[in-house]
Design a protein around this ligand. Structure first.
Ligand code: HEC
Length: 143
């Protein structure tokens, strides 16, 4: 037996897996549509989506048109599932900060994959209806 404990091995710590702190709350948010719809913007139309909207932003989201803007604190959470087997996919989040939108990508269980002013998200959302937000699907309304 060695008289002293060996120096503790230093491991490169794996990236911390952290659940987004708004995830549980967002499950209570109302959905913008009564049912899942085919996402045209994400995952090359292989997913269906459901958008949950924080209470103070709900009306704004439902009526979103050109010129519409969201207050800081507004949170939009888009759930995805496979169109083939309904397996839950990643969750896309937009959170309004005073300085602009913060984007998050989560695993289906809420674990953060990446977050921030993600350029891949912001670039396409810059072409949205207004304030980088597309709003509920329009083309699915009956003719
Ligand atoms: C190629 C364009 C494109 C990219 C890239 C994109 N989105 Fe979207 N996003 C859309 C479209 C279009 C919608 C409207 C719903 C639909 O049909 O997919 C949408 C809807 C959303 C919504 C619901 C709020 C809204 O705008 O109505 C959130 C939240 C969202 N996206 C987050 C993200 C995040 C996070 C990323 C980056 C990981 C991202 N998006 C990347 C096109 C895009």
């Amino acid at each position: 037996m060695a008289p002293t404990q060996p120096a503790r091995k230093v491991h490169a710590s794996p990236p911390a897996r952290r659940i987004w702190d708004g995830f549980a709350r967002s499950r209570q948010y109302a959905t913008s549509t009564s049912d899942w719809f085919v996402s045209r913007g994400h995952y090359a139309e292989t997913s269906e989506a459901l958008v949950r909207v924080s209470p103070e932003a709900f009306e704004q989201y439902q009526e979103h048109t050109v010129g519409g803007e969201f207050e800081p604190g507004s949170t939009l959470v888009m759930l995805h599932r496979s169109r083939v087997d309904r397996k839950p996919g990643r969750v896309h989040v937009m959170q309004r900060e005073p300085s602009g939108w913060s984007y998050l990508v989560l695993e289906a269980d809420g674990t953060i994959v990446e977050q921030g002013a993600l350029p891949g998200c912001a670039g396409c959302h810059a072409d949205a209806v207004s304030d980088s937000v597309f709003g509920p699907p329009r083309s699915q309304a009956p003719e």
